[in-house]
Write a protein that binds this ligand. Structure first.
Ligand code: DUC
Ligand code: ZN
Ligand code: ZN
Length: 458
């Protein structure tokens, strides 16, 4: 298929210019003003629009098993919702079960995605168990294109690994060119605080935040960075939620440590006040790390502006309200996570670009190019240049939307951003040159998304 996107403003992480984009055989063939349309080309008019690399969401949990339940979007509904929002590639977290091989998790997650995903996807591997062949499994995963691993410093009863395991994984990553992602919260301390709260009859959703203080995050961020420095490995801190954690990252940058970090729209735009909503409504906002004090989000915006935070991802991990109900009367039993895969670009555009906090180039960098680079997808993804995959979002800066569960495409019966008004939205979305969303209509097919073998660091 040949297509020509005409009359738009092409925006990359570096520049913005009036140019046409010629697409041939799923890739971008040429970018320059005044391209003559080949005879067989479909013409897409982008007058008044920005033409940007499709969004890359490197933190999702689709169809994720959690005890007896699963996150409510699978790879079909989740990737379709992502496409509506202008995201054309995701990297989802597969989880090694304790006592099992990483290959088993890779196969299981591949089966979950195949036949369902309508945009391209890759996997990170959550390492829960190094007994047996864990370190060799890491090398095998890198050969499969799984070039990043996640370690939990929280959840001692299910996912947490100790500092020795963190060091060994980072040491291996330094050798095999992978990147270690860390969920940085001091799990053992949090568990004591949560037990104590429950014993005192403090069972409401807001205690999720009150038992996970910012210092529990900042301490773990500091510790993970120190361990990475000893191992000589880069580290990527997922879902940074607080200024305290960011301060640790900033200090690491000041001494030249290769530390990368992500935040998410919920930490930039919501607060513990949402978690404290009356009745059980706060359960919608139970995600981890928790939402922080109102007014403190400004620190994270500054981190994005200054480059101490490199990525905005979603941590999309939706649970329906009936699933959230499992934690009525005990906040520790509320499934952790919320929806967001569809709204990331709109929210960051509106509250970042429209409000003068980010340039359009920083926007592209944060939602697409930097995640592509860090996770071995660039320049195939995250770029508008000859040779790159034609994963493109044609963005209408004048489109006004009100975000809400009644109109979103995620399979979940609430929105974290209900009633938020935003200006700027994806009009047309192309995945490898194929129009998969146009003017609010989904044109993609489940199963057309392809697994992305990601490159290790060179
Ligand atoms: N961490 C995540 O990254 N996602 C969901 C819950 C959690 O603790
Ligand atoms: Zn996490
Ligand atoms: Zn997550």
């Amino acid at each position: 298929m040949t297509a020509l996107i005409r009359n738009g403003t092409v925006v990359t992480a570096r520049d913005a210019r009036a140019a046409d984009v010629l697409i041939e055989n799923e890739r971008i063939a040429e970018v320059r003003p005044g391209i003559q349309a080949p005879a067989n080309a479909a013409i897409i008019d982008a007058s008044g629009m920005y033409v940007m690399p499709g969004g890359i969401d490197v933190h999702t949990h689709l169809d994720m098993p959690l005890g007896d339940i699963r996150s409510s979007d699978d790879f079909e509904t989740g990737t379709r919702a992502a496409a509506f929002g202008g995201t054309t590639c995701i990297v989802d977290y597969a989880t090694q079960a304790r006592g099992a091989r990483m290959r088993d998790a890779f196969d299981a997650w591949s089966r979950m995605a195949e036949g369902k995903a309508s945009i391209d996807y890759g996997f990170h591997m959550i390492v829960t168990d190094l007994a047996g062949s864990g370190l060799a499994d890491m090398d095998a995963m890198v050969r499969e294109g799984v070039t990043s691993f996640k370690l939990f410093m929280a959840y001692p009863r299910s996912l947490m690994v100790d500092d020795g395991a963190i060091f060994r994984v980072m040491d291996r990553a330094a050798r095999n060119g992978s990147l270690v992602c860390v969920h940085a919260e001091n799990g053992p301390v949090i568990d004591v605080l949560a037990e104590r709260a429950l014993a005192e009859g403090k069972t409401a959703p807001v205690y999720h935040a009150l038992t996970r203080p910012p210092l529990a995050e900042a301490e773990a961020v500091h510790r993970s960075i120190a361990i990475a420095e000893i191992a000589g490995a880069p580290v990527y801190i997922v879902h940074v939620s607080s200024g305290d954690a960011l301060d640790e990252i900033r200090r690491a940058h000041a001494r030249g440590a290769p530390v990368f970090a992500e935040t998410c729209p919920q930490y930039l735009l919501l607060s513990v006040d949402d978690l404290a909503r009356p009745g059980f409504e706060g359960a919608k906002y139970v995600l981890t790390p928790p939402l922080r004090a109102n007014g403190r989000q400004v620190a994270l915006w500054a981190g994005l502006r200054d480059g101490d935070l490199q990525v905005v991802a979603t941590d999309h991990c939706p649970f329906r309200l009936d699933q959230k109900d499992l934690g009525r009367g005990d906040f520790t039993k509320i499934p952790n996570g919320g929806p967001g895969i569809e709204n990331r670009l709109q929210l960051i555009w509106h509250h970042g670009v429209n409000r003068g906090r980010l340039t359009i180039n920083q926007f592209v960098e944060l939602v697409s190019t930097a995640p592509a680079r860090l996770f071995g997808l660039h320049p195939k993804k995250g770029e508008i240049a000859a040779g790159s995959d034609a994963d493109i979002v044609i963005w209408d800066p004048a489109a006004e939307r009100v975000i809400g569960a009644a109109t979103h495409h995620m399979r979940v019966d609430y929105s974290l951003f209900e009633g938020f008004q935003v200006k700027g939205a994806a009009r047309t979305v192309l995945s490898r040159g194929e129009v998969i969303v146009d003017a609010g209509v989904f044109l993609g097919k489940p199963g057309r998304g392809r697994y992305q073998k990601r490159a290790p660091r060179r």
